[in-house]
Design a protein around this ligand. Structure first.
Ligand code: HSE
Length: 292
């Protein structure tokens, strides 16, 4: 067997108003290497999303995995339970590894659909598999997506606090019902967001990244969230929102103020007694890849 690696981008889901719909791959990567190792059998431990996905695909296809391989996940570049899609990235990696080991012909839509099925929502899994910024929706065939092509000039600034949020727990905070007024509020911002990104109307982003579906009820898990938004905008960010279900917070910003926006976010966390760091990154145009 030839040894190979998989490289899968982290993702920012929701992008503010696009709850369970919009997602974006960023240039922070999970890597995993597949190597030969005599007599090794993959037996996923509880919570091991990557090996779990490998075994899931083998079982689904009623195929045996080779018993002489080991999968090693690289240094933890995508922090777990942080709102950066670490489990979706791990599942995409596992599905691609299984596909390669078993000779399955999985295209990026197959991989995205499988990973979305395992995740329960598509907005991290799809951009992790296909890259870029994606709009996800469901048809009779399953999850579908369209990519949007953002205008140039956007940096992505991510504040990573030393906190963890369990997505399942964060989903329990969602309201069971929303008013038509709140739904209209969010749909209008999501529509505005797409136009702002595609046409480079970045001054609209601060308004376009507001929503009333998930951020109002989840922000209590993020100390100082409202101040983080205010201070990052004051420091020059275009717009700021919760990354996925949090606790990471991200901004779109121009290059010249990206670091300042990151510092502003970290300073608010510090005032609230929370240690954090910031990362300035880019939208990852390419999704998950196998490197031979
Ligand atoms: N759309 C999902 C949620 C993303 O907000 O619960 C989780 O990363």
């Amino acid at each position: 067997m030839k040894e190979f690696k998989v490289k899968v981008p982290a993702t920012v889901a929701n992008l503010g108003p696009g709850f369970d719909v919009l997602g974006m791959a960023v240039e922070i990567y999970l890597t995993a290497s597949v190597k030969e190792k005599e007599g090794f059998v993959i037996e996923p431990e509880e919570g091991d999303a990557l090996s779990g996905a490998v075994v899931y695909i083998a079982d689904e296809n009623k195929m045996q995995l080779p018993v002489n391989i080991t999968i090693e996940q690289g240094p933890d570049a995508v922090p777990r339970k942080s709102g950066l899609g670490s489990s979706a990235a791990a599942r995409v990696a596992g599905i691609m590894i299984a596909g390669k080991l078993l000779g399955l012909d999985l295209d990026s839509l197959d991989i995205a659909r499988k990973a979305a099925e395992l995740e329960g929502h598509p907005d991290n899994a799809v951009p992790a598999a296909v890259g870029g910024i994606t709009i996800c929706y469901k048809s009779a065939e399953g999850v579908e997506y369209k990519k949007i092509d953002p205008a140039p000039g956007l940096k992505v600034v991510i504040a990573v606090p030393k906190l963890q949020t369990d997505t399942e727990e964060a989903r329990k905070l969602l309201p069971e019902k929303v008013s038509v007024e709140d739904a209209v509020y969010s749909v209008s911002r999501a529509s505005l967001l797409i136009k702002a990104l595609v046409e480079g109307d970045f001054d609209s982003l601060s308004e376009a990244m507001k929503d009333r579906l998930h951020q109002p009820c989840r922000k209590k898990l993020i100390p100082g969230f409202d101040e983080i938004v205010t201070e990052s905008l004051r420091a020059g960010a275009y717009g700021t929102a919760i990354s996925g279900s949090g606790p990471c917070v991200f901004s779109f910003a121009p290059e010249k103020t990206a670091a300042k926006a990151g510092e502003a976010m970290v300073n608010v966390f510090k005032d609230k007694g929370v240690e954090s760091e910031y990362i300035v990154t880019e939208i990852a145009k390419q999704g998950a890849q196998i490197i031979e």
